[in-house]
Design a protein around this ligand. Structure first.
Ligand SMILES: *[C@@H]1O[C@H](CO)[C@@H](O)[C@H](O)[C@H]1NC(C)=O
Ligand SMILES: *[C@@H]1O[C@H](CO)[C@@H](O)[C@H](O)[C@H]1NC(C)=O
Ligand SMILES: *[C@@H]1O[C@H](CO)[C@@H](O)[C@H](O)[C@H]1NC(C)=O
Ligand SMILES: *[C@@H]1O[C@H](CO)[C@@H](O)[C@H](O)[C@H]1NC(C)=O
Ligand SMILES: *[C@@H]1O[C@H](CO)[C@@H](O)[C@H](O)[C@H]1NC(C)=O
Ligand SMILES: *[C@@H]1O[C@H](CO)[C@@H](O)[C@H](O)[C@H]1NC(C)=O
Ligand SMILES: [Zn+2]
Length: 474
């Protein structure tokens, strides 16, 4: 039986960390005044205690249950990340909250950006029905490359990173999971680890500081970690300062907790335009979208589980029937809850039979350095990693894990697969534009629902609320 780390040891570590932090603050302040701040080096000032190549995961007995409460019972916060509320935006509020727009570190980054070069695009408004207000926007010419209006991914403007939205390699399923981490995802991460499957994981900053152990598991397993904003709002409706804060504090959260600073991000609901892209580019971030959408988050709420299963089956059929014989795809899926993860584990074996490659976006794009830290290196596509049993990301993947894995029985949780019936016309383009309109989402309801205290439970209802409002607007 597992014995929890003694509280005394944790306290001692915290005191040690506190003293260390206090000392280093003094040091960095004095050097900051003598050295000019270089924007491209912003990530170097995150004083992380985590070595991304040597993450130790607490010995948590593996639960075979997919039940959230059962899995979270074993959650053990890591000793090398000490969350202090006063140093972060409020969880699930805009990242400028809690005075975070006025910290010296944030102002330093803000002031190092040449805002005169920012695209002159207005902050979008949310209409009374909660949807993005597109009135007056020229959707045909789409001057702002606003994905929510047009699914545009090529900014056509100097100095803005172009989006990645598909895997160019043939017969390839770009595997992406949004909205983690979460204390309740141990069985899912064990499954991916046992099957040696690597995915791109788009982590929400609030979740990373709330459940750091989950994010450390992601890094230790060699997944491609990316930024999914601090509070999961429609980014085009936020001011420049707010957009920068949403991205900056999530970069910081991921670095402090996992030891790596991402070079990729994904906007919630895909809501991005050239103004938001340009700000992301200032932090060295490239946008990753998708070209297939399972709508798995809606399973059991605004869509039936069998509808979502049918979508999975269609995308799987497309892997085997030649649709992707010349180039692959990136599929949007989520690790939100029991339903989304059960669907993932049910279909992954079928996906791997139908596609030659099932892998993270960094690997499918030959991006060997998906982080600023250049000691964490991914194998390029075409290396031994190509096989669907996948990635030799030379980061932590090979290092031993202290977890004693008992495979969860995914299939028992979800029963009969839906037979592949005649294909609906809802293939790539249809699902893509449906997503675009669904991304005309409503955070208004979410924002109203926001309470300053709400942490874990509130955050969950907020994610689901936002998605549900979005779905009703299609
Ligand atoms: C890895 O971390 C462990 C535990 O913190 C430590 O004892 C060990 O020395 C580290 N190994 C390396 C190679 O840094
Ligand atoms: C920071 O945000 C607060 C609250 O929104 C605002 O009153 C203040 O003016 C902002 N400060 C800066 C430097 O933007
Ligand atoms: C965390 O996991 C629980 C249990 O799976 C889920 O219900 C909840 O929605 C998740 N929270 C977030 C913020 O994703
Ligand atoms: C992919 O891996 C699975 C599981 O190891 C295997 O059953 C399947 O045949 C493989 N598919 C290809 C195309 O290599
Ligand atoms: C990745 O590298 C392989 C091997 O060099 C090459 O065949 C392939 O075209 C590259 N793919 C991309 C997306 O750059
Ligand atoms: C492949 O399967 C999809 C989904 O079932 C279907 O829409 C498409 O028409 C099929 N394509 C071919 C070439 O059979
Ligand atoms: Zn999301």
């Amino acid at each position: 039986m597992y014995i929890k780390t003694s509280a005394v040891a944790v306290t001692l570590l915290q005191i040690a960390g506190f003293v260390q932090a206090a000392t280093s603050t003094t040091k960095s302040t004095s050097t900051a005044s003598s050295t000019k701040f270089v924007l491209a080096d912003y990530w170097k000032s995150f004083n992380s205690k985590v070595d991304p190549l040597n993450i130790t995961i607490a010995k948590i007995p593996q639960t075979t249950s997919l039940d959230g409460a059962t899995q979270c019972k074993w959650y053990e916060p890591p000793a090398n990340f000490d969350f202090k509320e006063s140093e972060w935006p409020n969880l699930w509020e805009t990242a400028t909250s809690n005075g975070m727009n006025e910290t010296a570190e944030f102002k330093r980054v803000y002031n190092a950006i040449d805002w005169s070069k920012a695209p002159n695009i207005k902050v979008r408004k949310i209409g009374s029905d909660g949807s993005l207000n597109m009135a007056g926007y020229d959707q045909n010419n789409d001057p702002d490359c606003w994905w929510s209006a047009s699914t545009c991914t090529k900014p056509k403007q100097e100095g803005i990173n172009e989006d990645i939205y598909t895997c160019p390699e043939p017969e390839t399923w770009g595997l992406t999971y949004d909205d983690g981490p979460n204390c309740s995802h141990n069985a899912f991460y064990d499954y991916l680890e046992a099957e040696k499957i690597k995915a791109s994981m788009f982590y929400i900053g609030s979740n990373v500081v709330n459940w750091p152990y989950g994010a450390q598991r992601g890094q230790k397993a060699g997944h491609h970690i990316a930024d999914h904003t601090w509070s999961h709002q429609l980014m085009t409706t936020l001011t420049n300062t707010e957009v920068l804060a949403e991205l900056y504090y999530t970069q910081k959260a991921i670095k402090m907790v996992t030891g790596v600073t991402p070079r990729h991000w994904r906007p919630a609901f895909g809501d991005v335009d050239n103004r938001v892209r340009w700000i992301a580019t200032q932090l060295g971030l490239t946008t990753i979208l998708w070209d297939l959408d399972t709508d798995d988050w809606a399973a059991g709420s605004t869509e039936t589980v069998s509808t979502v299963k049918k979508t999975y089956e269609d995308y799987i059929a497309m892997g085997a029937n030649g649709t992707f014989k010349n180039s692959g795809q990136i599929t949007l899926t989520h690790e939100i809850d029991d339903t989304t993860m059960t669907l993932a584990m049910e279909f992954l074996p079928k996906i791997r039979k139908a596609y030659k490659n099932v892998l993270d976006v960094a690997t499918c794009m030959n991006i060997t350095n998906p982080y600023y830290e250049d000691n964490v290196v991914f194998a390029p596509f075409g290396a031994a990693a190509v096989s669907n049993t996948s990635s030799t990301a030379s980061n932590t993947a090979a290092s031993s894990t202290t977890i004693d894995i008992t495979l969860p029985s995914a299939s028992s949780a979800s029963s009969a697969a839906v037979p592949v019936s005649s294909a609906s016309s809802a293939a790539v383009s249809a699902s893509h534009s449906a997503t675009a309109s669904s991304s005309v989402a409503a955070v208004a309801a979410v924002q109203n629902a926001e309470s300053s205290a709400g942490i874990q439970l509130t955050s969950n209802s907020m994610i689901v609320a936002a998605f549900i409002v979005a779905a009703y607007l299609i």
